[in-house]
Ligand binder design. Structure first.
Ligand code: NAD
Length: 284
């Protein structure tokens, strides 16, 4: 099997699956529609939004933008989300984050109906994930598992180390790997360096989601391992880099996701599949 676990081929397979599921929805007059909610004019948010719109269009899915002024108040933003929750023609919501500081992000997140919370940002959706109830997993975390599945890298019975414990990636991906019957250890900033190195060397699969370049380096890995690098960082020349020292460790481990071209490449397709699933639920 290839050393480089590329995300695009995984995305292509998910896209194919989406295309095969759409005719049944179209037949009932349903076009899966995604609400994209953006507050302000952050260029990063706009880039992400444009990517989502383009991907949706290429698959025959619809998007509707809700662009709110940067000085919008919490209550007004919640009112926008509630109106989307109640809109039967919209099946999913993508809320671009982080929100401006003056907004109570927790209240806004939790105003999303769990059925439309495609990226699992509300506490209700996270609770559903925890107990294994209906709902959607965070797209990036699911993308990690999709890559492992696509490349036939079994999780069951494997020692898995997750570096990072955020609600966005670390915790949910650890939970999902546990549900996939991995033996999961979570490391974080308070993990002693010697323990981090020992855990990493002992692992079969490493998922790095620390948001910090060179979190995983050559002395922390060995042959036989798979590395899923979730990190998105930029070096001095504005070149995108992951959390792993790619140059140093790609020669040593068996498999590794590149950055860019790895986890991030499959994430938007996972989001679109969630949208289709939400529309199917509405149909039924
Ligand atoms: P975060 O800053 O909220 O959390 C980082 C976590 O990593 C924390 O729990 C912290 O304890 C831990 N950590 C940081 N440095 C560490 C170190 N040296 N050793 C051990 N643990 C360490 O970040 P996040 O939102 O979880 O995102 C993580 C990374 O994933 C970021 O680079 C982000 O840009 C990237 N990301 C990628 C995608 C994608 O689609 N590929 C999507 C979202 C976020």
């Amino acid at each position: 099997m290839e050393k480089l676990l590329k995300g695009k081929i995984v995305a292509d397979k998910i896209n194919e699956e989406i295309l095969s599921r759409l005719p049944a929805l179209y037949e009932k007059g349903i076009v899966p529609t995604l609400a994209i909610v953006r507050v302000g004019e952050n260029p990063g948010d706009i880039a992400y939004e444009n990517g989502a719109v383009k991907k949706a269009k290429s698959l025959g899915l619809q998007t509707e933008k809700f662009i709110c002024p940067a000085d919008m108040e919490t209550e007004d933003l919640i009112a926008v989300i509630r109106s989307i929750n109640e809109n039967k023609n919209i099946h999913g919501i993508l809320l671009l984050q982080p929100l401006p500081d003056h907004i109570d992000g927790e209240r806004v997140r939790n105003s999303l109906a769990w059925e439309k919370d495609l990226d699992c940002i509300s506490d209700r959706a996270l609770g559903n994930l925890f107990v294994g109830a209906e709902g959607f997993a965070p797209c990036t975390a699911e993308s990690c598992l999709e890559i492992l599945k696509f490349y036939d890298i079994a999780v069951e019975g494997k020692k898995v180390v997750v570096i990072g414990r955020s609600m966005v990636i670390g915790k949910p991906v650890a939970l999902m790997l546990l549900s996939a019957n991995g033996t999961v250890t979570v490391c974080h900033t308070r993990t002693k360096k010697e323990d981090l190195i020992r855990c990493c060397l002992d692992a079969d699969i490493l998922v790095v989601a620390a948001g910090c370049r060179n979190t995983l380096t050559a002395e922390m890995v060995r042959s036989g391992q798979t590395v899923i690098d979730v990190g998105i960082n930029f070096d001095e020349e504005r070149k995108m880099q992951g959390d792993a020292d790619f140059e140093g460790i790609s020669q040593i481990v068996d498999h590794i996701t590149p950055v860019p071209g790895g986890v991030g490449s499959a994430t938007t397709s996972v989001l679109m599949r969630h949208l289709v699933e939400a529309a199917e639920r509405e149909k039924n």
